[in-house]
Design a protein around this ligand. Sequence first.
Ligand SMILES: Cc1ncc(COP(=O)(O)O)c(C=O)c1O
Length: 426
Amino acid sequence: MLYKRSSELFVEALKYIPGGVNSPVRAFKSVGGTPIFIKEAKGAYMFDEDDKRYIDYINSWGPMILGHAYQPVVDAVIEKTKKGTSFGAPTEIETEIAKLAVSMVPNIDKIRFVNSGTEACMSAVRLARGYTKREKIIKFRGCYHGHSDSFLIAAGSGLSTFGMPSSPGVTKGTAQDTLLANYNDMNSVKELFQANKNEIAAIIIEPVAGNMGCVPPVNNFLQELRSICDENNTLLIFDEVMTGFRLAKGGAQELFNVTADIVCFGKVIGGGLPVGAFAARNEIMDYLAPIGPVYQAGTLSGNPLAMAAGLAMLQAINSDVELFNRLEEKTAYLEVGIRKVLTANNKTFTVNRVGSMISIFFYENAVENYEDASKADTPEFKKFFHDLLERGIYIAPSSYETWFITDALSYEDLDETIKVIDEVTK
Ligand SMILES: Cc1ncc(COP(=O)(O)O)c(C=O)c1O
């Protein structure tokens, strides 16, 4: 029986962990069925507890850009572990990774490490509020910036999947300081600035959205946001938790040639260990404790194992001049293949892609914002997901999630994936 051991493990997990998972989207709730439990992974493949192999298009939701169990990362973590796992005091490796990150990313002088993307975005907003002495922020419908209260207002992915516009437990007071605009819609942003003069501390945005499926910015949206922020002394925060070190060495700032005031990181920067970070120019970062008034801290922030993994990952990315070309070529190859077979099979679809982020929407028109994304055919996606899974192709269990392409994928893997997509959509 398929997924036998996974099903047994899930029954056991349900007894002790809410919903059997430690992060909701893993539960397969939006696609039905029960989650597969992973035993191990190497390169482009994951193996479940029933020893079934999958070509992985989630890649731990982004971090594994060079494949699972990437040897330099594994070696770095093993070496560090032997010397102690946490000290609560500064270590040299924190400066090493900070220096490297600052050299790779445009327009940042200093970086502070935290433990997750949520923490990075939450701290970036506090810093922006403290720096500007204003309280409101603008976020976009369908963008997800972690599970901190201010962001659980029309957030994407897990929340969209469950049809919850927001979460109980988020107070009205918090919600009223988060203003909502529509992705790729400058008018909705302008209206908020007009109605909230001198009150908006920051705009926070996924420069390429990945939490309503992959949705790229269009019509110079990012440039226009930069201008309106400049005109209003508002800070522009790029949440590059997905895009950072993935779309280019310098992330979306480099790819689109737009600078943000604060940049948030997660996923790739930790090489698969729990790491987040936020970064900015000196005048903003020096507003943080211990030199500035804005408080932010963490017992395990800058943890040596996490820093070792992150440093090995960033070094690998920084020294491989062909990496982003290869990722672009592989993902473009997949895109062309998918378009070809879905067209031949008379499917109604839209494919969005930026670099190594790609999504299929079972929807006929362009997908440029959350409203478009939510019109995609959900039953069709559910069937697609399960058919792929059964045939050993592991994509995100939600139509509101981007796929993440890893450099570990071979062209044979991509051909196999296209072949399977052809078979299941015939
Ligand atoms: C764009 C974006 N920001 C923030 C986060 C939150 O990161 P974490 O799950 O590490 O808290 C995510 C997580 O998927 C994300 O996609």
